[in-house]
Ligand binder design. Structure first.
Ligand SMILES: [Zn+2]
Length: 187
C-alpha cells in the first residue's frame, strides 16, 4: 500500500515537472518564422552534405551550430511515448488530434527504432505573429557515428517518409511538392 502511494506521488510529481517544463518552453518560444528559417538552413545544409558538396568537418561544425540555435528555447524533449502522450494532453488540443499526432510521430519513431537509430519525441512551442503560442510535435534522431553521407540520407528519408500521411514539414524535407491549398497536419 505504501509503495503504491509512493508511485502515485511520483507520477503526480513527474506530471508537475512536465507542466513546468511546458510553461517555461512556452514563455521562451521562438517566433515561428525564425524556427522555419533555421529548419530551412538545416535542410539545405543536409542536402548539400548528402550530395557530397560539404566536407564532413565543415558539416559537423555548421549543423551543430544550427541545432544549437534551433534548440536554444521553446523545446520539450520526451524520451518515451507515454511521456509524449502526457505532454500532448497539456497542449490544449482534443483527443482526436492527440491520437493523430501520436500515431504520426510513432511511425517516425518506429522506423528510427527499426534502423537502430537513437531518437526522442519533441514538442516545440512557437510564437505566432498575433502573440498566440502554437506547438510543433516531431521526432529527433541522430545518425550512427560512422555512417557515410549516403547512409545518413537513406536513414533520413526512411524516417521522414514513414507515416502514411506526411506533414508539410516532412514533404519539405523530402523535396515533395505541396499541392496548393492542401491542409497541413501536425508533425
Ligand atoms: Zn512527420
Amino acid at each position: 500500500m505504501e509503495g503504491k502511494l509512493e508511485n502515485l506521488n511520483n507520477f503526480e510529481s513527474i506530471k508537475t515537472i512536465l507542466s513546468k517544463k511546458i510553461e517555461i518552453a512556452k514563455l521562451h518560444a521562438l517566433l515561428l518564422e525564425e524556427v522555419k528559417e533555421i529548419e530551412k538552413k538545416i535542410n539545405d545544409l543536409e542536402n548539400l552534405y548528402f550530395n557530397g558538396k560539404v566536407p564532413e568537418e565543415k558539416f559537423k561544425e555548421e549543423i551543430s551550430q544550427l541545432y544549437f540555435e534551433h534548440n536554444r528555447a521553446g523545446l520539450v524533449i520526451l524520451g518515451t511515448l507515454p511521456e509524449f502522450h502526457e505532454a500532448l494532453k497539456m497542449c490544449d488540443v482534443n483527443d482526436k488530434i492527440i491520437n493523430e499526432v501520436l500515431s504520426h510521430e510513432n511511425a517516425h519513431s518506429s522506423m528510427a527504432e527499426q534502423l537502430e537509430v537513437e531518437n526522442n519525441y519533441k514538442i516545440r512551442f512557437v510564437k505566432l505573429q498575433d502573440g498566440r503560442i502554437a506547438f510543433i510535435p516531431s521526432v529527433e534522431y541522430g545518425y550512427p557515428p560512422n555512417a557515410t553521407p549516403e547512409q545518413k540520407q537513406e536513414i533520413s528519408r526512411k524516417i521522414t517518409n514513414a507515416p502514411e500521411i506526411l506533414s508539410h514539414r516532412d514533404k519539405q524535407r523530402l523535396d515533395i511538392e505541396i499541392p496548393k491549398g492542401e491542409p497541413d497536419i501536425f508533425g
